[in-house]
Write a protein that binds this ligand. Structure first.
Ligand SMILES: Cc1cc2nc3c(=O)[nH]c(=O)nc-3n(C[C@H](O)[C@H](O)[C@H](O)COP(=O)(O)O)c2cc1C
Length: 316
């Protein structure tokens, strides 16, 4: 069983990854949020801080790069290789308007000729680091995956992670499982599934639909319940434990308070986590309102104390 933590901008940063690993663990790979390789830019301080091995000790981290320029991708991949990494990931999935309008992320999927040339270039040059790819099914229609797989099959992609939605769907609606199964069968490169794995039943359903075990990546489901991988691995014998969750929360919170500039930023960052994690709690609507109104740490602390004291976790 291979389970991966998905890259999530603003969420799966090194502080979160480290606390996650200390309290839960169970991720075979942890992908960093994307680093934009652009123009003559150097890697930003914040990005270096996120990928530097010093801040990722004992974790199997895969740095992710977003770019549609082969020389920039190669330049950043080499910096990552020099840091000691064996794998770098190419983002072909980001659906955000600003990224897509520049022909990057899932925007690159609509420019097949340029994508082919880009892949040709990076795979010719980068012979000493494994390059994996995280993609969607296409820009507009799930059937686009057929032409994309034909391109991907020309290159030794270390692992092809497929989120079976198209760009226009962002993260809404249901993943297109049939198209994923087609892609899995047609790909000569190893494939990983990503999308809507929130419970161990979701995991079982995907493995059953695929007819064999394959690596699975989880994003929102893992932020919602950081014990998700332990539950999947234990065959549902593990329960989400409220005390551990509280200690995990407190550790993330404490890290953010030490490393972020001011309480407003800390609260914003904690709210991003709670956007998913609050769903674990029974009767959370009233508490979600309390969280929304928390603009200073005193209010935030009241929210956390009340939620953990007054709400039980939902049975999964
Ligand atoms: C807030 C947010 C930030 C994300 N940031 C990234 C990113 O930096 N790189 C990337 O490849 N995907 C990113 N994604 C997509 C996730 O990695 C994942 O593909 C998506 O959430 C679907 O998987 P899930 O259903 O398990 O969450 C992001 C998604 C969300 C919701």
């Amino acid at each position: 069983m291979q389970l991966y933590m998905a890259p999530m901008e603003g969420l799966t940063v090194h502080t979160y990854r480290n606390v996650f690993d200390a309290y839960y663990g169970g991720a075979d790979k942890l992908f960093t949020p994307f680093i934009a390789a652009e123009g003559s830019h150097k890697m930003k301080k914040r990005e270096i801080c996120d990928v530097t091995p010093e801040n990722n000790k004992g974790l199997n981290v895969v740095p992710q790069i977003i770019s549609n320029d082969a020389s920039n991708f190669i330049r950043f991949a080499r910096i990552i290789k020099e840091m000691g990494y064996e794998e770098v990931n190419l983002n072909l999935g980001c659906p955000s308007g600003t990224v897509v309008s520049k022909g990057k992320g899932s925007g690159f999927l609509g420019k097949k000729k340029q994508l082919d040339e880009f892949l040709h270039c990076i795979f010719s040059e980068l012979t000493d680091i494994n390059v994996s790819v995280k993609t969607r099914l296409g820009l507009k229609a799930p059937g686009e995956i057929e032409g994309l797989i034909a391109i991907f099959n020309r290159y030794p992609i270390y692992e092809l992670i497929i989120h079976p939605r198209v760009r226009e769907e962002y993260y809404n609606g249901k993943p297109h499982i049939e198209e994923f199964i087609f892609a899995m069968g047609a790909s000569v490169n190893p494939v990983c599934y990503n999308g809507d794995i929130n419970t161990s039943d979701d995991y079982d359903r995907i493995i059953q639909a695929c007819g064999r075990e394959l690596p699975v990546m989880a994003g929102r489901g893992l932020i919602r319940n950081p014990s998700l991988f332990n539950i999947i691995r234990s065959g549902k014998n593990a329960m989400t434990d409220k005390d551990t969750l509280r200690r995990f929360h407190d550790a993330v919170y404490s890290e953010y308070r030490c490393t972020m500039p001011g309480e407003r930023v800390v609260i914003l960052k904690m709210k991003e986590i709670w956007r998913y994690m609050i769903d674990l709690f029974e009767g959370n609507a009233e508490y979600a309102r309390l969280l929304k109104k928390s603009h200073i740490l005193t209010d935030y602390n009241i929210f956390v104390n009340r939620l953990f004291r007054e709400c039980e976790l939902k049975p999964e």
